[in-house]
Structures are given as C-alpha cells and as structure tokens.
Design a protein around this ligand. Structure first.
Ligand code: 4FV
Length: 255
C-alpha cells in the first residue's frame, strides 16, 4: 500500500521509520511512504503557503495553490489513490473505516495546519474528509500517522502471525477481552482459572463472554450496532447475572 502525505513538517514522519509494525512494513515494502511539502509548490519570492483569512479573524489559512499543486503531483505519482483530508470537520474514523482504507490501492493524506485549508480545495481536489476524534490538534500530521498505523497493521504480512489483527478490539465490533500473563497470582489477584485450564473451547467462550460483557458495560452504543446470535445472547445474559449476583453478595446493591 502506498501512502503519500502532504505536510509542511515532513520531518515529523521520521518517527514511523523507527521500530515496530509500521517501520517493519515500510522497510519490507508492505507499505511505502512518500512525503510532499506544499512549500516546494509555493509561488512567488516568499513562497507563501498560508495567509490571513478573508473576513478577518485569528490565525492563518493554508493557501489553495500550493496545496492543489502538491495534490496534483501526488496524484500523478500514485494513480488511483484517493485524497483524504484529516480535520475535525471530517467523519469520525473507526475500525470499519480503517478496514475500508486498507482495501484501497493507495492514499494521499493531507495534513492541515493553522486554522485549516482554503475550503475550495474540498470541492475541487479532495475526495474524503476524516477526523480522528472530537478534539483540536495543532496539525494533521499525527492524525495522518494514526491512519497509517491503523491501516498498515491490517495489511497482509504486516503483523507476522495473521490471526492477531482479526482478534483486535473493534475488529468484530466488540471491545477486547482482558489479557493476563505471569505470575499466576500477584497481590492476591489470581488469573481466571479458565485461562489456566488448557481447555481452549472454554477459554474461547470466556473471552467472547468478557468481550460482550465489557462492551455492554462500557460501550452499549457498539453493542446496539450488533446482532448477537442465541449463544452470544446467552453468554451476555450469564455475564450480567453473574455481575448482579456478585454485586448482591458484596452488598454493592440491595436485594
Ligand atoms: C484533526 C482531528 C485536527 C485542526 C486545526 C489541525 C487540526 C489544525 N485532524 N482529526 N481532530 N486537526 O485536530 O483530524 O489545522
């Protein structure tokens, strides 16, 4: 998968070529990254890439021409790639969006700065607008890296053994189950017995039940999007009853 990123701060992307899944994927050719600086496409003696907003107000706006030229150059270098602008005004990214991203031939990611970009770019040069969340950052570089990390780990061969990506949180619409490792007991806290049983069927059911239960507790909005089969409904009911029984025993709730 080819990523072209348009950014005023290309050096920030050096972090991706350090260690870890993304660096390995970039090193092995599973993914490739090309950086374009709008300043290299800026016109005039001062090579401006931003200017004051029409209508007044605080801050600066990224200029149309340098960005349009950079996008055109990236499109020429990556035929078939879609252009995505990262901004708080975009649709909020989730795992399904990342799965969709991972099925495309390539992406041109536009990282904004200052107050943002000239709105006319959205109509003329940009295919999609996405947000990583309802908060304001100082630049689109980190969101572009978030997208690259979440997408690259879905690419075949990126994660070493395939199974793990499919079992990630949100991959199946649920939060992840709890994980434990050595020692078996610490500060009086024991690892759930089932995980020490070697009974892989029971372990898989326990993990599914925990994923369902934690999603019911913490993200009922996710559960509302899902259709649970009878077995899953039973697992969740058992989880809820066990919690209520525990709460009754502990006196947390009155009978
Ligand atoms: C952002 C987000 C984000 C807004 C002004 C860059 C900043 C500055 N991008 N998801 N949240 N962008 O805060 O994608 O130009």
């Amino acid at each position: 998968m080819r990523f072209d990123v348009i950014t005023l701060f290309p050096e920030q992307f050096r972090i991706l070529s350090g260690e870890g899944v993304v660096a390995r994927a970039l090193g092995s050719g599973i993914a490739e990254l090309h950086l374009w600086n709008p300043r290299d496409f800026a016109l005039g003696a001062h090579r401006r890439v931003d200017d004051r907003p029409y209508g007044g107000g605080p801050g600066m706006v990224m200029l149309f021409e340098p960005l349009a030229a950079a996008i055109a150059a990236a499109r020429a270098a990556s035929p078939g790639a879609q252009v995505a602008y990262l901004s708080p005004q975009g649709r909020t990214l989730d795992q399904q969006a990342m799965i969709d991203f991972a099925s495309a031939p390539g992406w041109i990611l536009l990282a904004g700065r200052y107050e943002g970009i000239d709105e006319r770019l959205l109509a003329s040069c940009i295919d999609q607008e996405w947000s990583i969340g309802d908060y304001v950052l100082s630049g689109g570089e980190l969101p572009a890296m978030v997208v690259m990390d979440a997408v690259i780990r879905l690419l075949p061969g990126a994660l070493g053994h395939e199974r793990s990506a499919c079992e990630d949180s949100h991959m199946n619409g649920l939060l992840d189950c709890p994980h434990f490792s050595r020692p078996e007991q610490i500060d009086g806290l024991r690892v759930p017995e089932v995980l020490l049983s070697g009974d892989h069927g029971a372990i898989a059911r326990w993990r599914r039940q925990q994923a369902l239960g934690r999603t019911w507790l913490r993200r009922p909005d996710l559960l509302a999007k899902m259709t649970l089969d009878n077995d899953e409904q039973q697992l969740l009911q058992d989880f809820i009853q066990a919690r209520q029984a525990a709460a009754l025993d502990s006196g947390e709730i009155e009978p």
